[in-house]
Write a protein that binds this ligand. Sequence first.
Ligand code: TYD
Length: 228
Amino acid sequence: MDHNREESFRCEMISSNNNGFFISFEGVETSGKTTQADLLVSWLQVRGHRVVQTREPGGTSLGEAIRSLLLDMSDEQEMSHRAETLLFAAARAQLVQTMIRPALAAGHVVVCDRYVDSSVAYQSFGLGVPLSAVWDINKFSTEDLMPDLTFVLGRGADLKSSERRPPTDRIEAREERYYRRVRNGYLSLARRFPERIVVVDTLGGVRRTAGIIRRMVAARLKDRQSGS
Ligand code: TYD
């Protein structure tokens, strides 16, 4: 299937969270997203925001159990691409229902390390699971909830990670060609959803990247307060 056809994104989802603000971080391994998510959470808390921080897959006890199924298995043959897609979506369904939606309804800022865009990049662009199926499964698992703002982090225009470290799990063990497709997936998503997704080049270092992210978040929270 041709993943570059922009029309394949026809199954887009709408953000529909009520009072809160939902931010996700995306990127390949060692892109620095977890460090940046932590820094943003501290910064928001110092400013008096109530923040819920979580990660995918995981964040709930069911999600953590699914996480070990997904990442700890050493043999690629033991998990089909469809099974992998559904397991990520199952962990996500639990997280959305028990943690993300209640936090948003209570007016919190939710900061999530990975969300639906990871499934589009890794399972659809990376593995070749049809894009429309990945959207449909995730529309169902999240009941159409998408972030208000997503940061895709990476080094340079092609979102390279700073290094390929020795693989620590089944997905990290995939070859470089796979990761090239994943990075292309993120870039296609960013082109398709420019209002939601901001690609941040991390080459300037941790502090500079954190500054860019803070300015963006501050502006969006301000817009939200003023109702625009
Ligand atoms: P993790 O240890 O959290 O890695 P990272 O620090 O890179 O986020 O492992 C999560 C792995 O699962 C990571 O390789 C990306 C992959 N993943 C998917 O393939 N699809 C998904 O929908 C999600 C949420 C993660």
